[in-house]
Design a protein around this ligand. Sequence first.
Ligand code: TPP
Length: 329
Amino acid sequence: MVEVKATKATHDTTTVLSWYRRMYEIRAFEEHIQKLFSKGEVRGTTHLATGQEAVAIGTAEALRPGDKVLCTYRGHHHCLARGMSPERAFAEILGRATGVCGGKGGSMHLTDVTKGLYGSYAIVGAHLPIAVGMAWASKIRNEQDVTVVFFGDGTTTIGAFHEAVNMAAVWSLPVLFICENNRYSEYTPIDKVCPVPRAAADRAPAYGLDGIVVDGNDIVAVRDAVAAAADRARSGGGPAIIEAETYRHGGHSRADPAKYRPQEEVDAWLARDPLAAAERTLLAAGVDTAAARAEVDASLNAAVRAALAAPEPDLAAMYTDVFAPEGAR
Ligand SMILES: Cc1ncc(C[n+]2csc(CCOP(=O)(O)OP(=O)(O)O)c2C)c(N)n1
């Protein structure tokens, strides 16, 4: 087991402010989604990642433009961190034609290959073998890209996780399995269904890998762990399993009030909120954060207005993008 500790080094306030701004954008984006959902504007459901923003920003900081990312239905933060346009993400979640998938994917299926985002997947574990296939393609083509696949702790109890990690390890593929351990698989605490304390990292040795554990609420620790694993993977060192310990502040989905969680647990994790921590660092250094928030708020408000004003997809769009004979676009 390798634990990547948070670095004690201080970072210049410009860098911390940029991380704060990006985490705040994700948080505010999801607050808009929650409001739109309450007004009945979002069809189906939506899964928020409030509290998990540092995993997304830390990973995005470590990746190169050509690297590929796959995530789950809880993926707004990964998509925004990787550069998806908030306006097109809003439009997608609102089912508008200007959305990243033409309004046909919704909250659980955000995708934008121009930003290296190869899909959000609602079937638990289904995307892990896909990520392995993508990493295999990179290896065959002699490309230097790594494929990153995010999943939750609950996913480690599904067969596809074990098949994917096994094949990636045997073929030494450049794929990073990043488990966002937010301690719950829907409404079930992970320790009720998983026999080891670290759902992903403790299982890594069974596949000949080191289990890497990192504080998922610390951008620097996440960035360093991912950067080291990516460097190794690019030079033929094979896959890595990184378990980022974090917490979702809310329920599993918008329909879940999350009453099953002990209040002390919630309070302890709220005290470790990565956004609030970045703000404390900045305020202690005398940096005002209000201007950054105002700027983000103004741009997100405009993005929501534009998305709401956009048309719904044409009925004929139902028959397009069903097959990809020329590959993904
Ligand atoms: C194959 C499959 N089985 C069950 C479900 C229902 N389901 C949706 S989310 C979820 C829990 C996943 O938990 P975890 O992997 O920890 O991800 P998190 O939601 O915490 O990010 C389950 C069982 C599903 N979507 N797909």
